[in-house]
Write a protein that binds this ligand. Sequence first.
Ligand SMILES: [Zn+2]
Length: 310
Amino acid sequence: MIDFERRQKFSGFYTELRCAYCHEAADFTRIKNSDPIAVICNVCGLHRVYPRISLAGQLEMIARKERYGPDDVLRTAQMRRSTPEKASYYLPALTTISKHLPSVFLGGKVLDVGTWDGGFVGILNNLGAKAIGLEQVSELAEFGQKAGLDIRVGRFDENTMSNNFDRNSFDLICFFESIEYMQDWQEVFLVVRNYLVPGGGLYIKSHSAKSSLYMWEKDYEFRKNFHGGVPTRRSYLYMMEREGFDVCESRFWPERFFLSGMVQKHFGTFIARVVSRVLSPMISILVNLFDRGDRVFVCAKLKLQTVSDL
Ligand SMILES: [Zn+2]
């Protein structure tokens, strides 16, 4: 498996013992004992490989184009051709945001963190928002910039943010499958609080560590090798409470369950297509019901008095 080989190659960078959110290094429960060891933090519920990759390791992988290299750039170029498909992909997020933060679509200022090619930024702008993207891989940011979108290059940290924006300037900050990569989630929420307006919104969509796919395939190499941590729905609720946010909505993403890759491996392409079209929507409803959905989201609002004020 290519991700396993990649991890071997960068093994010197798998040195971080601490949980990405609560920074606890030793209070965990093992969920997989063979390489890579995977653990659940007993304090906040975040899952991680142990030890996990360090920031230096993430940066080195990107610098050597082992992550976000030519293959990802090519894939992004191909995906950009299917914009209507992308709009429907974001529909559940748009529905949630319009329900809880309707002013976003009346000229509200939005930051999409880890925006990739800026697809979500373009869609938000088409619907009346003033969205800006942040992407640390410049080759990916260029796709959005060439399409006329405002995409800044950098990691989501205080340094990048203060160089680009004034404090308290966003009505909504989004992490669309990007928070998993963050090294220090407490720092992330602090920066979010600094750059949101009072009462501003936070929307996060990510993998769920309790996904049935993890349970079945144990594919930690693929899914957690580059990650700081992988949350569960419950760990989001814990973090939002501690970080001064009121949760408006949190549940599993209502998309088709990603079975096709797994089924293809065992039963071939044709069967995979049938399963993907016919069975996946039904399985999706079922696993979501049992807290085992593959992707989870949380939409929250910053309390007027936050932990930093206390
Ligand atoms: Zn923790």
